[in-house]
Design a protein around this ligand. Structure first.
Ligand code: BGP
Length: 480
């Protein structure tokens, strides 16, 4: 890309992204109920818990720490944080509403006014600074009561609870929120059903049956929310949200190429196909047959899915995945959430997430080529250990390098013809990590003084990347 060319369209939505359970804290304040994230411990065991079967959903203070209980205290400090976002020039701020602030148990007849009022204040504050909220309706924080007493999204009844919740917030905030998304990283449930579906599979054999039935319920719920959104506010835009890690074949062995293709269909396209095209894709039938999956589909479900197609695709992009059919343990990539084998051409973060800006251009081309709907990169960033210098500065030039290359890759994709709405860098302010449950995996432009053991003043500090991103936004992506 020639840096003199104006690549990013006027009105491109620059900003940052977060999720309620990773920033708010105040986990019992304002009548909030407990949610799934409140009982997931931080620490080394966390990723195993997320990816395996049979987790017992109880808070166990003796054994674990729960950094999200206070998180970065956005619940009380949102004004200060939003002022910093405004200073960087954010056009949008992606956040989620905690379902348990609105319906503390998930199945009450009436919503909790205190929770509703909290988000009114946050949205007002954002709008006051000229920042549009981009709101995820459900981001990894299902009410614990629905998890324990209903079995999470496996249970059909949850569709009606979600319908009620979605209707309440869509109506309440219709004049304040223009951009919505239904389920965060819906396809992530193939690896981590706990996070978005609220269950730990009973065992590895039943995993697929349980997960795909839960997907079906989420697709119906998403369709209902999209329909409601269009009725309540015809000017709003509502999207889905996909965890996208393009799958590369390890080599040109056709067996591996076919394996990569099938993994890509299942992981990257299955949910997006249903959300965007409004129907189950042809390729999934064979998978269902091979895995003995039988879906319970009620009359009218497929119509709701058809009518409730989304306006845009929101995606998270952190890394690509390289894979082959047969792999030894030594070859396997470690620590990331998408699996695969090590790619000899790529470096990885300290958590094994391979850094691949070209992969973002590839992803955007693949998605746009398949669907021709607007795309919105709603998560991207580098989780890293940051070091504060004696003078209090944080020189996160490695983060700037990562982001610069990914912004460039978006520019290339736009020149390739991709319709891209915007970019919200993940964890624009340091927050609790989803996969570690800890603070030390930092993404922010803004440093938050909080440590894994819960200590720290919660003071906010601008990192080097803060000043860099401000210029990027000011110049609409021209000064990198
Ligand atoms: C995505 C999630 C986010 C987020 C991000 C970074 O999968 O939508 O909630 O946390 O990944 O992941 P981590 O915090 O594990 O580094």
């Amino acid at each position: 890309m020639n840096s003199k060319q104006k690549v990013f369209p006027k009105g491109f939505l620059w900003g940052g992204a977060t999720a309620a359970n990773q920033i708010e804290g105040g986990f019992k304040e304002g009548n909030k109920g407990l949610n799934i994230a409140d009982v997931l411990p931080g620490g080394k065991e966390r990723l195993n818990i997320l990816m395996s079967a049979g987790f017992n959903f109880e808070i166990n203070h003796e054994k674990y720490t729960y950094p999200n209980h206070e998180a970065i205290d956005f619940y009380h400090r949102y004004k200060e944080d939003i002022a910093l976002f405004a200073e960087m020039g954010f056009k949008v701020f992606r956040m989620s509403i905690a379902w348990t602030r609105i319906f503390p148990n998930g199945d009450e007849p009436e919503p909790n006014e205190e929770g509703l009022a909290f988000y009114d204040q946050v949205f007002d504050e954002l709008l006051k600074h000229g920042i549009e909220p981009v709101v995820t309706i459900s981001h990894y924080e299902m009410p614990l009561h629905l998890v324990k007493d209903y079995g999470g999204w496996r249970n059909r009844q949850v569709v009606s609870f979600f319908e009620k919740y979605a209707n309440v917030i869509l109506k309440r905030y219709k004049d304040k929120v223009k951009y919505w998304m239904t389920f965060n990283e819906i396809n992530g449930a193939l690896k981590m059903p706990i996070m978005s579906m609220g269950f730990s599979p009973q065992n590895e054999e039943s995993r697929y049956q349980e997960t795909f039935q839960a997907f079906h319920h989420q697709f119906v719920a998403s369709g209902i929310a999209v329909r409601a959104c269009k009725q309540i506010n015809p000017g709003a835009k509502i999207g889905c949200m996909i965890l996208f890690a393009p799958v590369y074949s390890y080599d040109c062995n056709p067996e591996n190429v076919m394996y990569a293709l099938k993994e890509e269909e299942l992981f990257n396209y299955f949910c997006a196909d249903v959300h965007v095209r409004g129907e189950y894709p042809a390729f999934i039938k064979r998978f269902f047959k091979e895995k003995n999956i039988e879906l319970e589909i009620q009359d009218g479900d497929l119509d709701v899915i058809k009518e409730g197609t989304v306006d845009y695709i929101g995606l998270s992009y952190y890394m690509s995945r390289t894979d082959k059919k047969e792999k030894s343990d030594e070859e396997k990539a470690q620590g990331n959430i998408v699996g695969g084998v090590k790619n000899p051409f790529l470096k990885a973060s300290d958590w094994g997430w391979e850094i691949d800006p070209v992969g973002l251009r590839i992803s955007l081309n693949k998605l746009y080529g398949r669907y021709q709907v607007p795309l919105f990169v709603v998560e991207n960033g580098l989780g890293a250990y940051d070091q504060m210098e004696e003078d209090g500065s944080i020189n996160d030039d490695y983060r700037i390098d990562y982001l610069r290359e990914h912004v460039r890759a978006m520019g290339e994709a736009i020149e390739d013809g991709v319709e891209l709405m915007g970019y919200t860098a993940w964890g624009c302010i340091d927050l609790v990590s989803m996969s570690t449950g800890e603070m030390s995996k930092r993404y922010g432009f803004i440093y938050v003084d909080k440590n894994d053991d819960g200590s720290g003043t919660l003071e906010r500090k601008r990192k080097e990347s803060f000043h860099w991103y401000k210029k990027v936004i000011e110049s609409n992506g021209e000064v990198l």
